[in-house]
Design a binder for this molecule. Sequence first.
Ligand SMILES: CC(C)(COP(=O)(O)OP(=O)(O)OC[C@H]1O[C@@H](n2cnc3c(N)ncnc32)[C@H](O)[C@@H]1OP(=O)(O)O)[C@@H](O)C(=O)NCCC(=O)NCCS
Length: 409
Amino acid sequence: MSLTLRPITENEWLDWIAVDEEAFGNTLPPHRVELFRSNAELDRSLGAFEDDLLVGATAVCSFTMTVPGGPIPVGGITAVSVLPSHRRRGILSALMGRQLADLRERGEAVAALYASEAAIYGRFGYGRAADNLFFNIPTHGSAFGRHAPTDPALRLRVVKPAEARAVFEKVFEAVLDSRPGLYARTPARWDAVLSDHETDQGGYGPLRAVVVEDDGGPRGYALFRLKQSVTEHDVPDGELRLKELFGLDPAAYALLWRHVLDRDLIARVKVWQRPVDDPLIHLLAEPRHLNAGWLDDLWIRLVDVERALPARRYSAPVDVVIEVEDAVCPWNARRWRLSADTSGARCVPTDDPADLALPVTALGAAYLGGRPLAALQAAGVVHEFRAGAVRELSVAMSWDPAPWAGLIF
Ligand SMILES: CC(C)(COP(=O)(O)OP(=O)(O)OC[C@H]1O[C@@H](n2cnc3c(N)ncnc32)[C@H](O)[C@@H]1OP(=O)(O)O)[C@@H](O)C(=O)NCCC(=O)NCCS
């Protein structure tokens, strides 16, 4: 099979949609095709062509993402698809290899993605950098502990999501830097968040929203949908599906959660993709009622170790020689000395003996600060040659709060 890899042109846009739909086994409604198009950067797409036939594709979103210490440019990998007739012939491998080389050439030292299946991307150097939790909370078990913060100056306002977009954007801008993994949203990304076509509703009703505010302006918002029902004995059994909730301070955050948990006729609140350190865990008097489950959130790839490691801040001073294994990006595969203190970091090539050795996946997993390298050492992924070196690097790379992107791309 002879493959040509190149960006997809506007004329090939519908072919890309067809490959995507075949690969994922779904049909995109017209408004979703439009949203896909407005979020897609065609010049950053990559199609795999067998003669004239598009058989595989992917694209990069130009993100500004928060990492420990501040925002950096990150390539957001999306829309990875291979035609089912051409699977397992190395097309994804070809796309990934070329895409990583392109990212490096463009100067993006870090790439991020959400995975449809967690087994796919490790071989391409992506490490599981963030986790998320899903909750299924019976509202009758949702009382807060006595310490839950309140603020009498706060009030709730029911708003129409389409009319309150500027408020959501303002709140989101204010939280963006607060957590590694959050990425800046373009207008097209907001269009997708607030999209409320019947096919977006998934059997729940239209998107609803509340804003919490004080005299100084908005302090947070929650977006959600409702599905009303009753039991056979006519007891209210409705469900609230939370889409997102951001509060700028503890009292605003607690009030928003109290609102969604206290809606009349609602028996349970379901939500996917909450951060693993969600304050709600500590607000509930009985956190077992979260009925929490655990999944992977962001996967991170250090495209260029030399530039990626100094681009973030470190929680403690560190000076280690790291032997990096990287079969896909050979420019990373060597020994690096990482020296950092709380004011900045340097990463330089070295021939000094290694203090530890790890695959580039482990650096990606630890990059946002939420994956202790010590755990990867215990799992046999990371190897230590100088006693204490893994712990030193693990502590330095850790960060508070936990990473989380909160929105699949
Ligand atoms: C996942 C997908 C992109 C893989 O494409 P592909 O061209 O078949 O992948 P390749 O042939 O390049 O496979 C490379 C390696 O990854 C492995 N691999 C591919 N898909 C995998 C999967 N879903 N789970 C585990 N391993 C997988 C292959 O077995 C191969 O392993 P090897 O190198 O040890 O032989 C394709 O099957 C697809 O489009 N799936 C549906 C859509 C999807 O899930 N996309 C990913 C969105 S995040």
